[in-house]
Design a binder for this molecule. Structure first.
Ligand code: NAD
Length: 260
């Protein structure tokens, strides 16, 4: 049954990049529950296919590397044919990398920037014309608290996430009032990316506890909590919000003396 809690989503076509797992998968599922037709764009086509199969016919899966310009062009065109003109976009695909500037190779830098930032530009560039033709559109770009603060040894990741804030603001300025564009900045979220990040750690529970303790909420986020913010920012409920970088971070770093 379609939920109308987030007006303006039902019957619309939404594209979610990196939609097969983690935050993206939660967005695909939640937007579909609000009645949107959702295109899940992901490198992992198999995971995207099984997600689509569990949700229903209003979700379609497309396998591609969203950092490749020609593939993004072809796929967005195919989405418009299959599901209708896209007027909602969630740029979410992302990868992490650990290294200081001196530990980061040209190839690693380029790959992080290509996936985490260039793909957001490429997808926006393909989808915006459909939004302009429709006279309405909304974009959410998934950044990170690391757009504003940095752990040690995540130089390229931090640079890519800070870039997303600038890109989001530029899109908001250039395409207002037809299109709204906002960035969201999650703290730690319980996803496969987090599991990969601690895969080689022997005492995973100790690391996770240390992580939870950094947040005022004393826990990390669930993907659904992020998906609900995404749905809000895509819906008519946020009709006067654009160009913002909205933190969904459990209050990390607010406490005086916090060691983050
Ligand atoms: P995840 O690794 O769990 O899922 C990411 C998805 O993106 C995967 O399905 C993967 O196959 C897909 N993907 C990766 N590269 C791709 C490419 N080139 N083309 C198409 N698909 C690609 O990650 P997540 O934790 O759900 O993160 C989603 C977004 O949220 C990322 O941008 C990440 O930087 C950001 N984020 C995550 C956290 C966190 O703690 N998990 C915190 C802040 C921000």
């Amino acid at each position: 049954m379609v939920n109308d809690a987030y007006p303006g989503l039902s019957g619309k076509t939404a594209i979610v990049t990196g939609g097969a797992k983690g935050i993206g998968a939660a967005c695909v599922q939640f937007l579909a529950e609000q009645g949107a037709n959702v295109a899940c764009l992901d490198l992992d086509k198999e995971a995207g296919n099984s997600l689509a199969a569990t949700i229903g016919p209003n979700v379609m899966s497309y396998g591609l590397d969203v950092s490749k310009s020609s593939l993004v062009h072809e796929t967005v065109k195919k989405v418009a044919e299959d599901l209708g003109s896209p007027t909602l976009l969630v740029n979410n695909a992302g990868i992490s990398h650990y290294g200081t500037v001196t530990e980061t190779t040209d190839q690693q830098w380029d790959r992080i920037l290509d996936v985490n930032l260039k793909s957001y530009f490429l997808c926006a560039r393909e989808v915006i014309p459909y939004m302009l033709s429709a006279g309405k559109g909304a974009i959410v770009n998934v950044a990170s608290v690391q757009s504003f603060m940095s752990q040690q040894r995540v130089a390229a990741y931090c640079a890519s996430k800070a870039g997303i804030i600038g890109l989001s603001r530029a899109i908001a300025v250039d395409h207002a009032p037809t299109i709204r564009c906002n960035a969201i900045c999650p703290g730690t979220v319980d996803t496969p990316m987090l599991a990969d990040a601690i895969a080689d750690v022997s005492d995973k529970e100790a690391i996770l506890q240390e992580c939870r303790d950094m947040y005022l909420m004393k826990r990390i986020a669930e993907p659904l909590e992020v998906a609900q913010l995404v749905a809000y920012l895509l819906s008519n409920l946020s009709s006067f919000i654009t160009g913002q970088a909205i933190r969904i971070d459990g209050g990390i770093g607010l406490e005086i003396g916090a060691s983050v």
